[in-house]
Design a binder for this molecule. Sequence first.
Ligand SMILES: Cc1cc2nc3c(=O)[nH]c(=O)nc-3n(C[C@H](O)[C@H](O)[C@H](O)COP(=O)(O)O)c2cc1C
Length: 261
Amino acid sequence: MNTTIYYFSGTGNCLKVAKDLSEQLEDAKIVKISNKNMSYLKDTQSDAIGFVFPVYFLGIPAMLKSFIENLQINNDAYIFAIATYGGSIGAPFKEIRTLLQSKNIELSAEFAMMMPGNYQVLYPPVSPEEQTKLFKNEQEQIKSIASAVKASQHVTYKVSALINAFSKPLYSIFFKPKEKDKYFWTDEQCNGCGICSQVCPANNIIIKEGKPTWTHQCEACLACLQWCPQASIQYKKSTVNRGRYHHPEIELKEFLEREIE
Ligand SMILES: Cc1cc2nc3c(=O)[nH]c(=O)nc-3n(C[C@H](O)[C@H](O)[C@H](O)COP(=O)(O)O)c2cc1C
């Protein structure tokens, strides 16, 4: 079975999951979702298609939504989705199901994977001990997801009726990603290296007079803040004394690769 796994990732959790899963499947490739590949409009070759994404405010990243909306897929492809999340999953699959239904396509399988939470605007990174536990669990869960995908199994992730009802309103109220970048600033440690601009999946950052400038196309993924080697990017005052996180097994080089050929 020929599988394509599309992933969106700010700090590497989803890249790691996509990569690990592709290694368990026989004929699988992984493709990054970023501003540079939004013209990737057609995938009628893959027998199976997966979307791996982080939960954002109990829903899905805006760029993933546009990507799915634009993508032409075969009706008989086996479609699965893996949501990585830090603690409260919400109802992201409901959104994906709705997006696919408008194309008469079914979401066949839904998987949720708890990973270290990366929204350091609100909380510190999880401890190294907790990370180790989550990564061990990820390794186990990947095996069962791979078995389910190989067997084209139907899997539904159950969420309570309450969460289903309220996730969407919460998401709409709190998640205004494009406006979020007005709160980023750099402290005196910034040396204008430009890594923030390179890691941004939305191509939202330009380096002007040696400093990053955000151009209001933000996805709020925090890649800029989390990958800055100087930890000089801040969000309001909340991140000033906070640690940073990106998946320890994902190198910057690998994170930057995987644009569509
Ligand atoms: C803007 C934003 C919103 C988030 N919202 C949620 C959320 O509602 N629930 C949750 O459990 N985790 C939330 N998270 C945490 C991420 O879903 C989680 O850490 C994910 O694994 C990150 O994947 P990545 O490293 O591939 O970007 C949020 C993270 C960000 C940056």
